[in-house]
Design a protein around this ligand. Sequence first.
Ligand code: PEP
Ligand code: MG
Length: 579
Amino acid sequence: MSMQVIKGISACPGVVSGKAFIFAQPEIVINEENIETSDVEREIQLFIDGRAQAKLQLEKIQAITLKNIGPNEAAIFEGHLEILLDEGVEDEIRTLIKDELMYADKAAYLVGEQYREMFATMEDAYMRERSADMKDIFRRLLANILGIHIPQLSEIEEPSVVIAFDLTPSDTAQMDKQKVLGFVTAEGGATSHVAIMSRTLVIPAIVGAKGVLNLVQDGQEIILDAIAGDIIVDPDKEQEKIYKAKLEAHQKEVARLASLKELPAVTKDGVHMDLCANVGTDIDAKPALDQGAKGVGLYRSEFLYMDRSNWPSEEEQTIAYSNVVRAFDGDLVIIRTLDIGGDKSLDYFAFPHEENPFLGWRALRVCLDKVDIFKTQLRSILRSSASGKAGIMYPMVISVEEVIKANEILEECKKELTAEGIAFDPNIQKGVMIETPAAAMMANELADIVDFFSYGTNDLTQYTLAVDRGNSHIEKLYDSFHPAVLRLMAQATAAANAKGVWVGVCGELGGNHLATLFLMGIGIKELSMSAISIPKVKEIVRATTMTEAKEIAQKVLTIGSGAEIKKFLTESVEKVLNR
Ligand code: PEP
Ligand code: MG
């Protein structure tokens, strides 16, 4: 086969090469006919062998989940194993094979459907949600009976590049960084959650590579140029040489920037910037510290709620938050309250069907309706503040009333903890994410009731421009440098600063080095980003003066096109770095 190049969107920069590992679900077709009586023993044996295989696979996944994620998540597979090995299940399958003369796969399928329906119609919402688990368990059993291979990220033997339609946080959590050199998804945009995960894990990745699953075969040699966003299939010698040089240049640049780690983020005229990291789980704290992060500007707490079977308890949450707060040793760690809904769902909580989930029941809206769940989280965040310096941040705000209500619930939690004699920081900072044009326009009033703002530029761009952030079809329209977005930010920042409220950025724009000079110049104090972006941003902070950044920002605010703004900022960055 000759070389071909597939285009996608770079999510986490890097250049790697290796074999493709196709991570896609196979189609399973059931044997509908009947068997002869003489085949009964053979089919029963197929069931027993298939079940043994499925058991081995589940045990392996369980062990990897335990190692990479934690005991609670691994415990889910304990439940799967119990059902798989259940005697009742075995009896029913044997009976269908013997008495109804069914193939083993059909018998397993029917019993699986029975269980799925039984769970789906249960009173208890938690049990109802288990019906999805039944589907998984019996699908695995069926595939093994039929000898069909279900690809599993945990089974990658040699270092490979994973190719998938899309990847969930639990898929990415299962990735062994020694084995997964990089990954490609057909879906997703630069600020979609799979892209953010790749940056957190520092795995070179390309998203939005349309059609990639039809163009690459399992085991094929590929080069992943996640700087340009190119996937090169079956590269020739010439291409290999080009990419080897590119890889070396990239490694050199990474090493050069690493030397900035211990240096402070201070401008030439002595203004200090807080460069912080965005984290998803407590295991992300170490890589963030390694890149020189001086705090956490966004702890995406929802990952703690995802890929599990029930709400995390106050204890569990307190441990997860305290681990990060403690690791940052007195530097501020801002924990965002549950940001669920939109593209993030929970297995154990049924969201209503919504035509427009991104405009629907999500984030703070859910928390203000589910006060018990909100209070459990607020109490955990408060408790973690006893281990260092924590902050609380509300996502998806549109009005003053919402924040007043959230603050009231927070005060209630403080009172309860005080009465229970549980320690917390009574002066814990609270802030709002500015993710909607409504919140930006209400900056003046919101500044009266919080300590800080942080721009969620991923959503702010999506809502200001009315462009879905995850839709690769309209990726070109999604532009955080659009003047409408930048002007909103400049106005709201001025309003906040006038009231002594400090302002940060935790959306992806905060880690985009082309935006650094502008953001500094409009009065942003803290930039929070994927840890790998910190060194480059720091290099720019150290190479400029605040006076210069302000001039650049003022000029940007007079430009009427996103493309022109990017051109001007690219030139400005070059000038600043090359003098
Ligand atoms: C944002 O919207 O910019 C943000 C930081 O939140 P998330 O990406 O998790 O929606
Ligand atoms: Mg957001």
